[in-house]
Design a protein around this ligand. Structure first.
Ligand code: FMN
Length: 375
């Protein structure tokens, strides 16, 4: 059935719009665009005037997310060149909406024709069809992780703002499948970009790369964990009770495609500890009041306490695999889906800049929200 007919056939159903494209309160982004449409874009509202908008930096961040950057990621050939359409005059933000746009180039709709009526298992096809009555079959439309281009472009601007406050956001791959950085190993964030899997522990990185290559050759996919640390965040960010800082970070992370888990500080492992060991004891240091341990992950009562903010994000093995899978069509007929197209065997290497961007957006927004919290 063509899209128009399908829309007409379901027009008597309640019409649902896709209402969740805006994120943030003051530093607020709206993202738009589909995987195989004209391109992906973002409008940033609330960015202060006078910020140096370093387009080379924005492009560098997008290059870290780009497909085709190594043998262990999808081979879709996009150079993802960013254009600034508004809000910037001579590299400086005007305080007006900043519009960033990245055109799509290598959109091969034909790759998806075999899926036009079928629901990919564990993808968004079934739920999008049920909710909206129709879906953009080509590459998943809005459910595709190409949308995250917009987050990375906006996140780069947020990072530029955070740099003014010396706040850094560093994410890295800490686990792929069951391969993880050994407990207690020192992590040097400057090494994250030194290998294609973005794991700063060289020995572990090699094992991860070999494993992902094996999984790719077998036509399968594998999940992983990204750890993130925000440093030099001032005390006081976070708006209890519903906009606690870790609640907003959790929402930001869980809104990323394929994310299945979020942990702050000691996270789920904390349940195995007793309070006497878990409590972070305060001490007065030359840098002010700090805690001896950081099981709280830098946030207490929903407010940053000045310690590093540490969290982890779990990504599932993505659903598209190069193996035949059983599914059903929209009419409920059994179908065998052939594994075709270009897909990521493991998304975590490309998701590192996405996690950093979402974290930077949350912190930038809370920085601006915090300005008037004390008279
Ligand atoms: C960087 C990145 C790349 C992705 N690439 C693929 C892919 O190649 N194939 C796929 O099936 N899913 C991929 N995904 C995940 C899907 O977008 C996601 O699973 C899908 O939208 C369904 O949403 P859910 O898994 O969050 O429920 C990717 C996710 C990210 C973050």
């Amino acid at each position: 059935m063509c899209l128009k007919n399908r829309f007409l056939a379901t027009a008597s159903l309640p019409l649902h719009h896709m209402a969740g494209n805006i994120f943030g309160n003051i530093f607020r982004i709206t993202t738009y665009g589909e995987s195989h449409g004209k391109g992906i874009g973002v409008v940033i509202d609330g960015c202060p005037a006078g910020l140096f908008i370093d387009i080379a930096f924005i492009q560098k961040e997008l290059d870290r997310r780009r497909p085709g950057q190594s043998d262990i990621v999808t081979q879709r050939n996009e150079d993802d060149r960013v254009q600034i359409l508004s809000g910037v005059y001579g590299d400086i933000s005007l305080g007006s909406p900043i519009h960033l746009f990245v055109p799509n180039k290598d959109a091969r709709s034909g790759d998806y024709h075999h899926l036009s009526d079928a629901f990919r298992p564990s993808h968004a096809d079934y739920t999008y069809t049920q909710k909206y009555g129709l879906r953009d079959v080509n590459g998943g439309g809005r459910s595709s992780a190409r949308e995250t281009i917009a987050r990375v472009a906006a996140g780069a601007v947020a990072k530029l703002l955070l740099q003014k406050y010396q706040i850094s956001v560093d994410a890295y791959v800490s686990q792929v499948g069951t391969i993880r950085i050994p407990e207690g190993e020192h992590v040097d964030y400057t090494l994250t970009e030194s290998n294609i899997v973005r794991c700063p522990h060289q020995g572990t990185a090699e094992k991860m790369i070999n494993y992902i290559s094996e999984i790719k050759a077998a036509g399968d996919s594998v999940g992983g964990i990204i750890s993130c640390c925000i440093q030099h965040c001032p005390v006081g960010l976070g708006e209890p009770v519903f906009d606690k800082l870790h609640a907003d970070l959790a929402k930001a992370m869980l809104s990323i495609n394929a994310v299945k888990g979020f942990e702050i500080g000691s996270g789920f492992e904390g349940v195995t500890m007793l309070g006497s060991l878990h409590n972070d004891i305060f001490e007065k240091t030359n840098q002010g009041i700090q805690t001896k341990t950081n099981h709280s992950g830098g946030i207490q009562g929903g407010i940053s306490n000045g310690m590093p903010i540490t969290f982890r994000v779990a990504f599932k093995p993505v659903s598209t695999i190069m193996k035949d899978q059983q599914s059903i069509t929209q009419d409920g007929d059994l179908i065998t889906l052939e594994g075709k197209g270009r897909h990521d065997p493991c998304v975590v290497p490309r998701a590192v800049p996405i996690v950093e961007s979402m974290a930077a957006l949350v912190i930038a927004d809370h920085l601006l929200r915090n300005v008037n919290s004390k008279i």
